[in-house]
Design a protein around this ligand. Structure first.
Ligand SMILES: [Zn+2]
Ligand SMILES: [Zn+2]
Ligand SMILES: [Zn+2]
Ligand SMILES: [Zn+2]
Length: 363
């Protein structure tokens, strides 16, 4: 049996059974039953101690990060002496990524990664970013091929992987015997893709501070906030009157102040003219805007001003910022609407005409 001699005089050595003295005394390899700080302290990441043995003042461990494995021996609490069993800079890097993102003793194969410094964050119009916290956010079992583990490690952490110096100086047979022991305990590598989670605070004009949280997909650099109502991604946000941030707030044509989907008084189209009216300005329980609620029939003499001849009818409603005119001629109905943002004319459909007749009956 191949053996590493530790102390020739005392006949102490290491072989595939454990620490041995002479021919008969064997302290067998066993699972560690507690932490062994001396065996992990010069490693980055922390290695898995696959087996350990203790014989008198001698201690030995088989330590590994994936396929990177070393035999460590020490005497009487001194600094350990390390011997290489197999080298794998790739697994050292996978271990570094795993320890950083998944937890101790984990190995990670990375398919895509976004580096913090590449992030292009969202913008909030007219506001100032006062805080930004960026942390990696990973998904497991992503599709795609593996990246170079060294590149992945570099993208995830500035800390380089390292193991205590360990020459490959053991007899071949002992190396093979100890590798067989290691292989009995398989290790697992988790496939991940690494994006970012970004948490920011923006200060609006007037000093109000709003939080924004968003994710950047693995391998992407542009940050988006997804509109909860529409699912649309927005990289530029605007604040509504209630200090919510959204991609495209809607302006009320009446009070000229924006709302978003999260506002209780969110802008909706007027039931009749389709103009944007917020919940604070809406004039009737059935959802008409102030201009439509105020429609009155235009007298015979004034109709000409609205381009309607004698046989037709005109209704007109007017409030600050908005005017609505409805014309009927030979049973053809149109609605013209004018506001600060738009001027539109469209024909009215039969259900709307029916409702309209009820609304303007008394006027
Ligand atoms: Zn040595
Ligand atoms: Zn309004
Ligand atoms: Zn809002
Ligand atoms: Zn209206």
């Amino acid at each position: 049996m191949s053996r590493l001699i530790l102390d020739e005089t005392a006949e102490i050595g290491v072989d595939s059974r454990g620490l041995v003295r002479g021919e008969d005394t064997v302290a067998e390899w066993r699972d560690p039953d507690g932490p062994l700080p001396w065996a992990v302290e010069d490693w980055q990441p922390e290695p898995e101690i696959v087996a350990c043995a203790q014989l008198g003042e001698w201690a030995a461990v088989l330590a590994r990060v994936g396929r990177h494995a070393q035999l460590g021996v020490r005497r009487d609490g001194r600094r350990p002496d390390w011997h290489g069993l197999s080298k794998s800079p790739e697994d050292m890097n996978r271990g570094m990524v795993g320890a950083t993102l998944l937890g101790p003793l984990r190995l990670a194969e990375v398919t895509a990664v976004t580096r913090r410094e590449d992030l292009i964050g969202v913008q909030v119009q007219g506001a100032r970013r006062v805080q930004q916290i960026v942390v990696p956010r990973h998904v497991e079992n992503p599709p795609g091929d593996a990246l170079d583990p060294a590149l992945a490690r570099h993208a995830v952490t500035a800390i380089a992987a390292q193991a205590p110096g360990a020459p490959l100086d053991l007899p071949d047979e002992l190396t093979r015997d100890l590798q067989r022991l290691l292989h009995r305990k398989p290790f697992r590598t988790t496939w991940i893709a690494v994006g970012l989670r970004v948490a920011e605070t923006w200060e609006l004009p007037g000093g109000f501070q709003v939080p924004v949280v968003y994710d950047v997909e693995p391998g992407q650099v542009q940050g988006f906030v997804v509109d909860e109502a529409t699912g649309a991604p927005h990289s530029t946000l605007q604040a509504c009157r209630n200090h919510h941030l959204s991609g495209r707030p809607a302006w009320c044509s009446y009070c000229l102040s924006p709302t978003c989907g999260a506002c209780a008084e969110a802008v909706r189209p007027c039931r009749l003219c389709q103009g944007a009216v917020c919940g604070d300005c809406v004039a009737t329980a059935d959802g008409r805007c102030p201009a439509c609620a105020r429609l009155t029939r235009v007298g015979m003499l004034a109709r000409g001003r609205y381009g309607v001849s004698g046989g037709g009818s005109v209704w007109h409603g007017e409030v600050p910022n908005v005017q609505v005119t409805i014309r009927e001629q030979r049973n053809y109905w149109t609605l013209e609407r004018w506001d600060r943002y738009d001027r539109v004319t469209f024909p009215l459909d039969p259900p709307t005409i029916h409702a309209l007749r009820e609304w303007v009956k008394t006027s």
